[in-house]
Ligand binder design. Structure first.
Ligand code: AHR
Length: 499
């Protein structure tokens, strides 16, 4: 098959906000305990953080990490996780039916984030709690000194404020599974009042209101409009969450789920702009896609979990090679919408539906999905160029007109490198992708990285961590104004040019 990609340096989607390469750590399963934190592990530092895990996180170059939930946050008392570790309460945690020891909390997570080179995206509890507790938490984190909560932080050993910039106003408040779920009216009101007091205390913060828990929620659309009608003046972003699965064992359809993500984003943009018009506002609300990933492998296993244990093996999806292709398509889709998607969080980061896995007391390794994320996060910064793609399409019983090639070009900030990300969705055929370089004459190939495997279900494990890893032997031939990249069947490709 042949396909063509035309790029022009003046045709931009937009400047990529690096925070679209965010991720997420929830107090859930082994994300925190025996994930990032395991004081008895041989690589752990003086605060109990595993260095082997932090090193892998650093390779992903994650600028922002959402914390502490997720569903967990809707029942969380943030004070439980501060002060003397020996006095912290053990509590039954209702969202995931585990025991929370509170050994790690707000203070420790700040310390971990520093080690990982990340900012924290802090979520507040709008389930069992409300505006006052959110305000107190903000005072604890960001107020310099001389007030009750800022002085409590200082007494706990943190003289300097944490300076947390991005705050999520609750989590998935439309979901019946959420602790103290709300109607759109109820949530809109409480989110508005919480936002007001938070911005009053610290006008520099950026606030994210909850959108729908996924595209298929019965209240989708109306939820977004109602919430924004209440909060428009005070919030900066609206959240989107969506997880994708191949429970139907239908890979051609699964590979097309990024088209659904694209539709979801465009629908939410339209709703934000509808409320903008209705309010005659000059302000634009952007999007925070702060939970996205593939999630389904662990569903059956999780039904058998014993409740009320500490750090169970929960939501531990073992990702296949085809999942990595899907993650690649989803990353390209976020880039294609970077004019409005300013933040996004791969959910999650360690052990829980994550690119990084650990054994208790043992190894840490990269899952298949680690690689497309690492490539995009490291090479996909700068300006996203509008991709004009000419290629064949296929249809399945469920989705029509799926392009075989999903692709985008990114110009780095210094305008010295052009990177093309491309997935060939065909399960049978190689695609020769002709890249029109007439706007980048004399571009020189730096490398063509490929992630491929003959077995779509191939995985990485503790004993075979390098079963699915990228190689550098991709073939791209460059002529003066054109390059031809060979995209092997079902492959993820990163083609980098010096320009
Ligand atoms: O990421 C796992 C869970 O998925 C989160 O806690 C919740 O927000 C979503 O439903």
């Amino acid at each position: 098959m042949k396909a063509k990609l035309i790029l022009n340096k003046d045709f931009e989607v937009g400047i990529i906000d690096e925070r679209i390469y965010g991720s997420f750590i929830e107090h859930l399963g082994r994300a925190v305990y025996n994930g990032i934190y395991e004081p008895t592990h041989e690589t752990s530092d003086n605060q109990g953080f595993r260095k082997d895990v932090t090193d892998l996180v650093k390779k992903l170059n994650v600028p922002i990490v959402r914390y502490p939930g997720g569903n967990f946050v809707s029942g969380y008392n943030w004070e439980d996780g501060t002060g003397d570790k020996n006095k912290r309460p053990r509590r039954p945690e209702l969202a995931w039916r585990t025991i929370e020891t509170n050994e790690v909390g707000i203070d420790e997570f700040q310390e971990w984030a520093k080690r990982a080179g990340s900012q924290v995206m802090q979520a507040v509890n709008l389930g069992t709690r409300g505006p006052e507790e959110a305000r107190q938490l903000l005072e604890y984190c960001n107020f310099p000194k001389g007030t009750y909560y800022s002085d409590l932080r200082r007494a706990n050993g943190f003289e300097e404020p944490f300076g947390i910039k991005v705050w999520c106003l609750g989590n998935e408040m439309d979901g019946p599974w959420q602790i103290c779920a709300k109607t759109a009216e109820e949530y809109g009101r409480i989110a508005c009042e919480t936002a007001k007091v938070m911005k009053e205390l610290d006008p520099t913060v950026e606030l994210v209101a909850c959108g729908s828990s996924n595209l298929w929620m019965p209240s989708f659309g109306k939820w977004e409009a109602t919430v924004l009608e209440h909060t428009y003046k005070y919030v900066d972003y609206l959240s989107l969450h969506n997880y994708y699965n191949n429970t139907a064992e239908d890979t051609p359809t699964f590979l097309a789920c990024s088209l659904e993500m694209d539709k979801f984003i465009k629908s939410v943009v339209a709703i934000c702009d509808y409320v903008k018009a209705v309010k005659h506002s000059d302000k634009t609300i952007n999007l925070s896609f702060d939970e996205w990933n593939v999630w389904f492998h662990s569903n059956e296993q999780d039904k058998k979990l014993e409740p009320w244990t500490v750090a169970p093996h929960q939501l531990e999806d073992v990702y296949t090679f085809e999942d990595a292709l899907v993650v690649g398509c989803l990353l390209i889709t976020l880039l294609k919408n970077c004019d409005r998607v300013k933040m996004a969080c791969l959910a999650q980061l360690v052990n829980v539906i994550a690119p990084i896995m650990t054994e208790n007391g043992g190894a840490a390794w990269a899952q298949t999905i680690f690689y497309p994320f690492m490539h995009a996060s490291n090479y996909g910064r700068g300006t996203a160029l509008t991709p004009v793609v000419i290629c064949d399409k296929y249809s399945t019983g469920k989705v029509k007109d799926i392009p075989y090639v999903e692709t985008i070009g990114v110009l780095n900030e210094e305008k010295t490198a052009l990177t093309i990300f491309a997935v060939n969705r065909s399960l049978e055929e190689q695609v020769d992708l002709v890249i029109d370089l007439s706007d980048f004459v004399n571009a020189k190939l730096i490398e063509h990285l490929v992630l491929e495997h003959l077995n779509l279900k191939a995985v990485n494990t503790a004993t075979d961590p390098d079963n699915v890893v990228p190689h550098l032997n991709g073939i791209t031939k460059v002529d003066r104004e054109e390059a031809v990249a060979t995209l092997n069947k079902h492959s993820w490709n990163v083609i980098r040019f010096a320009i």
